[in-house]
Write a protein that binds this ligand. Sequence first.
Ligand SMILES: Nc1ncnc2c1ncn2[C@@H]1O[C@H](COP(=O)(O)OP(=O)(O)OP(=O)(O)O)[C@@H](O)[C@H]1O
Ligand SMILES: [Mg+2]
Length: 421
Amino acid sequence: MTTAVDTLAGALARWLPAQRWYAAKDREPREVLVERVTPLLDGDPALRHVLLLVDGERYQVLLGRRAALPAALAGAAIADTPAGVVYAATRDGELMTRLLGRLRAAPRGPVFEPEPGARVALDLPARVLPVEQSNTSLVLGDRYILKLFRRVLPGPHPDVELHRALRAAGTPHVARLLGALTVEVDGGRAALGVLQEFLPDARDGWALATADRTAFAPEAAALGRAVATVHGALADAFGPRNPAVPDLSDTADRLHRRFSALAGGIPELAPFEPALRAAFDRVRTAPGPFTLQRVHGDLHLGQALRSGGGWTIIDFEGEPGQPLAERNAPRHPLQDVATMLRSFDYAAHHGTADPDWARRVRDAFCDGYAGVLADPRDQPALLHALELDKAVYEVAYERANRPDWTAIPLGAVSRLLGAGS
Ligand SMILES: Nc1ncnc2c1ncn2[C@@H]1O[C@H](COP(=O)(O)OP(=O)(O)OP(=O)(O)O)[C@@H](O)[C@H]1O
Ligand SMILES: [Mg+2]
C-alpha cells in the first residue's frame, strides 16, 4: 500500500483544504510528501497511520482502504486506487474501534501508552464526534474520548503535560487522563493524541449560556471557582518552574507584538491603536509581585463542560496555531480569566444583546474565582489589557472567518477603551 499511498499525494492535496483542522485551509498546499506509513490493519478494510509533510509542516492522517465504500462513508473518500478506495478512516467506526488495540510498537510507528495505574479497555465501540474541530475526537464506548491531534509537533505537548500533572495532583474539574499516543520524529517523541475519561452527560458552557441565560447566571460563580482551583493546582504542580518577575514589561511587550502582528491591515482597528497601546503600557507598572505559571491558554465557554459532577475544564492545548514553545510558556493566570470574560461578552451578544447579563455573569465568575485565589478585579490594568488583546485577536479572526460577527469584538474594543481601566 506504500506505493499506492505515495501516489495519493495529489488527492490528499485536494482533500486537505476541506478539512477543518488543516491550518492553511484557504489554499491548496504546494507540496504534500508522505513521510511515513505504518500499517495498523491488513485486509479489507485496511488501516494505515500516515505522517505527512504538507508544505514542510507535519500532520497525521489515518487512511482506510476498502474494495468498495459503503454509502455511509461516501463522504470520506479521498482517492480511487487500483487496490481500492482510500478514505478518511476517522469517519469509520469499525476501524476506529480497533485503533487503540493496534497501536503496538511497530518500528517507528505510533504507540499508545496508558497512564501508570490506568486500566484501559482497548476494544470499545468507536463513535466519531459529528463536528470536526482543531483536532478529531472519537468517543469509545461512552467511557473514553480519544482526541487525535492533527499537527504533529516534537516536544512536550501541553494537553498531555498539563492533564498529567493535574491528574497526579488529584485535581477535580479536569477529565482524567488515561493515556497518550506518541510517535518518534526528529529524534524525539511527539504527541499524537490523548485518551481521557468521557463525561456522557456533559453540556458545554456556550450551549448552556446561549440556551438559557437566566439559568446560566448562578453557574458562573461555580465556574470561577473551578478555573481558580485549576490555576492553583497548575501553580503547585509546576511550582519550581514558575518564574517570579519584578514587573510585567515582558507581558506588555508581548501584547504590543501581538497587536502589531494581528492588526496590520485592519482599518477598523486603526483609530483605537493609540489607546490600545497605552492600555498595554499600563501593564508595565501594575502593582506586583507577580508569578507567571502554566495556564490553560485558550479558555472560553466552549472549554468548560457542565455535568453532574460540576464544571470540568477541557482542552489544555493552548492556541493551536501557535508554536509549542509559545504554548508552553508561563503566563499570568489572568490571561485565562480575560478570555473567559470575552466569551461571556460573546454569549451576551448571541441573539438579543444583553450587556447587563454579561456584567452580572462576569461579577459572579470573578466572585467565585476570588473565593479561591486573588480577586481578578484587584488587577484592573492587567485584566483590561488582556481583554483588549483577546478582543483584537477576535476582530482579526472574525474578519477572516465570520465577517458578520466582527461587530461583537469591535464593539468590545470600543466599549473597553471608553470605560478606561
Ligand atoms: N471529557 C469529555 N467528556 C465529554 N465530552 C468531551 C470531553 N472532552 C471533550 N469533549 C467534547 O469534545 C469536543 C472537542 O474536544 P476539544 O475541545 O478537546 O477538541 P479540539 O479539537 O481541541 O477543539 P477546538 O477546536 O475547540 O480546539 C468538546 O467541544 C466537547 O464537546
Ligand atoms: Mg483545542
